[in-house]
Design a protein around this ligand. Structure first.
Ligand SMILES: NC(=[NH2+])NCCC[C@H](N)C(=O)O
Length: 260
């Protein structure tokens, strides 16, 4: 028993050591053209449009050795009735199982992996496959949704709103056995995940005009606050990568007009 415990600890330490080694030189790209975790078709075209937009060249230009593993194929399972209100459980279960294996192999081979979806139900496969190789994995979930619904709480029955619930050990008792999901056991604790982007409230505090040395300094700070709020709510702008000679010449006092 003690020997088994030590062996397990040694294996875990070695796996984590290989997870922490620098993978930065080798990036694997894997497409997952799958959309049955929700109702709207279209996200299955994501991998193609992202590659067509130049992803591989851009990564290669950053001096990575890029290995494009192409797209996984997900044969449609025709007989896939909803189960407890959950749509397409067998298709999602089979797709995420396949993705998990592919991710685990790529990570095991030493690559950093970029998975192109596809809908967010795929995270069950990608995170699980990663965790197979890196048992102490932590997850940063950047999303407007927590995707933490269980089949019982889901308002939509869509599995793209539920992947985190299937990952968390704490929710094991709340997630029923779905057809197609026999392969997956929870592997993450809630301490191992942080969310960025759920943010229905934003505090912008301690802008103090009394501290501004000049009216311009006050204006600059206030307008920065407006920029931060607007950017958080979706404002984008092109920045200064257009032709610099198109920018009118300005004198020093006008520099502020050039805040790009
Ligand atoms: N990854 C996403 N787009 N998630 C949306 C989830 C929406 C909603 N909370 C649901 O459970 O259906």
């Amino acid at each position: 028993m003690a020997l088994r415990g030590s062996l397990f600890r040694l294996l875990k330490t070695q796996l984590n050591h290989s997870c922490q080694q620098s993978r930065a030189q080798s990036v694997a790209v894997l497409g997952a053209p799958f959309s049955r975790g929700q109702k709207r078709r279209g996200v299955e075209h994501g991998p193609k449009v992202i590659r067509d937009a130049g992803l591989i060249d851009r990564l290669s230009a950053l001096d990575y050795s890029v290995h494009d593993f192409g797209d996984l194929t997900f044969p449609k399972i025709d007989k896939d009735e909803p189960y407890m209100g959950v749509r397409s459980p067998r298709n999602v279960g089979a797709a995420t199982k396949k993705l998990s294996g592919a991710v685990s192999r790529a990570i095991g081979a030493g690559h950093t992996l970029v998975m192109l979806g596809g809908d967010h139900s795929l995270a069950m496969g990608s995170v699980e496959g990663h965790a197979q190789q890196c048992p102490d994995l932590c997850v940063i979930w950047v999303d407007a949704h927590a995707d933490l619904n269980t089949p019982m709480t889901s308002p939509s029955g869509n599995l793209h709103g539920q992947p985190v619930a299937f990952m968390l050990k704490e929710l094991q008792d709340k997630v029923p056995d779905l057809p197609g999901f026999g392969w997956m056991k929870p592997f993450l604790t809630s301490r191992d995940i942080v969310y960025i982007g759920l943010l229905s409230v934003m505090d912008l505090v301690e802008v103090n005009p009394i501290l501004g040395a000049t009216p311009e300094a006050i204006e600059t700070t206030a307008s920065l606050a407006v920029d931060v709020i607007a950017s958080s709510l979706g404002q984008t702008r092109e920045g200064a990568h257009g032709a610099l000679h198109e920018i009118p010449a300005v004198n020093a006092e006008d520099t502020e007009q050039l805040r790009l």
